[in-house]
Structures are given as C-alpha cells and as structure tokens.
Design a binder for this molecule. Sequence first.
Ligand SMILES: *[C@@H]1O[C@H](CO)[C@@H](O)[C@H](O)[C@H]1NC(C)=O
Ligand SMILES: *[C@@H]1O[C@H](CO)[C@@H](O)[C@H](O)[C@H]1NC(C)=O
Ligand SMILES: *[C@@H]1O[C@H](CO)[C@@H](O)[C@H](O)[C@H]1NC(C)=O
Ligand SMILES: *[C@@H]1O[C@H](CO)[C@@H](O)[C@H](O)[C@H]1NC(C)=O
Length: 499
Amino acid sequence: MNHKARLLWIFLQCAAALLSFAAGEKSVLKGEDSGLDELSTDSKAFNGVKYNMRKSLDLDQEGCYLQTGKKDCLEECGFNATAKTIFIIHGWTMSGLFESWMHKLVSAVIQRESEANVVVVDWRTMAQQLYPDAVNHTNGVGLDIATMLNWLQDEQQLPLEKVHLIGYSLGAHVAGFAGTFVRGTVGRITGLDPAGPMFEGVEDQKRLSPDDADFVDVLHTYTREALGVSIGIQQPIGDIDIYPNGGDVQPGCALGDVLAVAGNFMEVMKCEHERAVHLFVDSLMNKEHMSFAYQCTGPDRFKKGICLSCRKNRCNNIGYNTRKMRKRRNSKMYLKTRADTPFGGYHYQMKMHVFNRKQADNADPTFHVKLYGAHNDTAQISVDVHDETIGLNLTNTFLVFTEKDIGDILKIRLSWEGNSESWNSVWKNIKKTFWAWNAKPPKPVLEVRRIRVKAGETQKKFTFCAQDPAKTEISPGEAVVFTKCRDGWEVKPRKRLLM
Ligand SMILES: *[C@@H]1O[C@H](CO)[C@@H](O)[C@H](O)[C@H]1NC(C)=O
Ligand SMILES: *[C@@H]1O[C@H](CO)[C@@H](O)[C@H](O)[C@H]1NC(C)=O
Ligand SMILES: *[C@@H]1O[C@H](CO)[C@@H](O)[C@H](O)[C@H]1NC(C)=O
Ligand SMILES: *[C@@H]1O[C@H](CO)[C@@H](O)[C@H](O)[C@H]1NC(C)=O
C-alpha cells in the first residue's frame, strides 16, 4: 500500500503541474452561463484564433490562413466548399508548441481525404495558460469557430453536414461550443479523450454533448481517477462513447510495478491521454484492418466476454470509420487493443460449462487456453473470468484477445495450470496438519465437454468438442484438446441442458 500511496502522491504532483489546479475551479465556471449576445460583444477578445489550412503533406510549409470576412483568403487557400471540411482543434498546452501528434493527425487526415479542406484551429495563445484560464476560453474559441462557419455558409454556401470537427482534450469541448453556437448543425464532432477536470458532471451546455452535432463520437483513453480527478472525462458525452481497454490502462503506456520517477509518470499520463489521437490516426491509415468496439453496460462485463454482439448496431468501427448511428444517448462501447499501431486485434467470446466431478469444490482452478488457427497459433492465454473464480457446475464466459489474425480456429487446448506433484505437496501439508497420514491424496477432477466460441470481428460461431470423446475430464497439470465439431452453436435450449 505504501508503494501505491507514493504513486498516488507523484500522480498528484504531476496533475497539479499539468492542470495548474491552484486557481479555484468552481469560481472559473461562473459567468460562462452568459448568453451568446454578451459573448458576441467581447468576441474580439478571441481574435487570437488562427485557421491554418493545410494542403500539402510537407508539414514545413506553413499553409495559408483563413480569416472570417476575407474572401481573397479563401481563393488563395483553394478552399473547396463542396468538399469535406475538417477542423482539427488542439487542447491545453504547456509549451505553446504543437506536439508531435498534431503533425501525425494532420498528415493522416490529408492522406485519407485528399480533397478535403483540412484546417488546424490554432488557439495556442489562449490554451497556453493556467488550466482553469484555458478552460475559460473554450467557450469563446468555440464561438469564434462558429462565426467562421457561419461566414463560410453565407459566403460559400458551405454545407454544414460536411463539416467535421475533431478536438483533442480541451479541444473537444471547444468543438462542442462551436457546435452549439453555429447556425445549423455540423455533421460530426469527434472528441479525442475530452478533458475531464471542470467538465465532469457539468450540464450538457457547458461541455461536449450529443446535441452539438448530427453525430458526436468520443474516444476515452485516460479516465483513471485519482482523488476525484480524471484527466479524460469519464462520463459518456456523445452519441457513441468508446472506451478502448476499459478507458483506463492503455497497453504500452503502463509503468508496470516499477516505481517511476515523476518524469516517467508524466510520460505515462501523456501516453494514455494521447492514445486517443493515435487510435484515431490508426483508423485513418489502416482502412483495411478496422478495429471494432462492442456495446456493453460496463468494462467489467466486457472483460468477462459477455458483450461481443453486433446485432442491432451493437458494434461499430472505431475512430474515423465509426458509422453514424441513430441518436441514442450514452452508448458505451469497449474493445481491447494492441500496444502499438496497428492497434486492432481479435476478440473471442468463449463459453464452457465446467462440471465438478470429484473433490473440486475448493479447487479454484487456473485454466489456460491455446488456440490453433489456420494461419498461426497463439501462446498460452490465461482464462480470465475477471476477478472471479471459475464457476463449478456453471457455464463460464470469458474473453480471449489475440493480437494477430490466426485465421479460423481449428483446435483449442485447455490446460489446468499446476502439476499433480505441486497439488500433492499442498495436500501433504494439509494432511500433516490434520495428521491424516494414510489417506491417499485425492485429485480434483473437473469435466469440460465443449467450448463454444464466437469471434467478435467476424461474428462467426463455432462449437468445439473434445477431440477424444472419452477424454473430457481434467485435473491439475493436465490438458484437454477440443476440435471443431459443429457449425454454429444455436443449439435448441432443450438440447443445451444436455451438455
Ligand atoms: C473567465 O472569463 C470571463 C469573461 O469571459 C472573465 O470575466 C473571468 O474573470 C474569467 N475567469 C477566469 C478565472 O479567468
Ligand atoms: C471540390 O470537391 C469536390 C468534392 O470532393 C470535387 O468533386 C471537386 O473536383 C473539387 N473541386 C476542385 C476545384 O478541386
Ligand atoms: C456440482 O455437482 C456435483 C455433482 O453433480 C456435486 O457433487 C457438487 O457438490 C457440485 N458442486 C458445486 C460447487 O455446486
Ligand atoms: C506465427 O507466429 C510466430 C510467433 O508470433 C511468428 O514468429 C511466425 O512468423 C508466425 N507464422 C506465420 C505463418 O504467420
């Protein structure tokens, strides 16, 4: 616990530095309720917003700048009002410099949408302040963007449904305000790990919300809370909210159990917060291998493998490829990812009924599966029933994630960790204490007759039966091999009882 307390302390140091909490957070939100009129009058205060249109992949070229009311800029920039218009909005910045993700995102967008008007909304002068002050500017910057979009509608008949605002961290809420203030409804807003502090739990109008665009999709990657603070907002705030890896610990970012120095801790925070951007970039670049997310009421149920259905729009592509869904508030979706690009992997739901045959009431078995696919095999994967023990005389559902496409699964090897000897020695100790020297150590015996598998990515279902029908029992240190025995698993309920 001491170790945990120290980590927490370091976290708070960093959070304080990162978010400059010194200024009282409650007072800052006051006055933001002021209506559009009042804001319009002092909108001149926000003329520090710059609209940098990017045409070329050569990021050293400065591109050109759009300015509200200046027609010649549009011509000079080659603004094409019939093409898509994509605004990229950064968040709070400590250095005042664009971080490297910005270049990656801009070039990925340009490569994917070569005809689009790609515009970087540069509000760094207002973002490079104490965090509460930067928050205080999100409303005004959003209004400035709305003013720009209104002018483009008037001047160029810009179709608002082709406008896509992409905002990272604080920028996500800026996009929300832009969507609120603009005349009409923008097509889409994507929030990339929208900022949490001072936005968590506030009313819809004061943060990104589903009303801000025709379609609002959100990626949450850093929603881990420490003393009531989460860098990324935890609550769902879009039409669809995707929580990769549960939205907390991102693979490839974690410290492990090593106590880190504060500097590394900052890196971890940045890695997890920024992961949303990299997942989005990945979705722009890796069109052929899309990652899917699955609707689920919570991360725990997802980790148990319960939610891998695609029926009735319950699954969706993540990032840029997310399909618009009918307005349905607070649809939380989950997926697991790899640690690096390409982030996508393969999800399998597995179900097996574990019969208690002998002496297994307190056995607490630790199972592993190894999958043999048409292309390749996996390593041993531990059967994780998520903080619960394997249920005896029950059907257990669990999630298996593979980083590689192993092709259709041909065979599953289920093994019970531990060997008979270690079981015996445990038993010996128990015997000693009970002075039961003569009893032969009984071996727990469980039975698994079949494993039912559903592949999330293909939605295909298969049933695997014991390769040797006579060998379905398993004890510590042993394994049972299952092979595909029937297409589909839609067994009639009556038959299912016979398993
Ligand atoms: C927030 O902005 C308003 C004006 O828009 C200003 O009156 C107020 O002092 C600002 N609050 C902080 C903490 O900067
Ligand atoms: C403008 O965009 C539209 C739609 O993407 C495209 O068909 C058209 O060729 C573009 N015009 C110019 C001048 O690039
Ligand atoms: C499971 O069923 C077996 C026999 O059918 C029984 O002996 C055993 O006590 C049951 N175990 C549990 C945990 O219900
Ligand atoms: C199978 O996986 C192993 C280990 O990940 C890898 O070295 C090997 O190249 C893969 N084989 C094929 C055919 O993909």
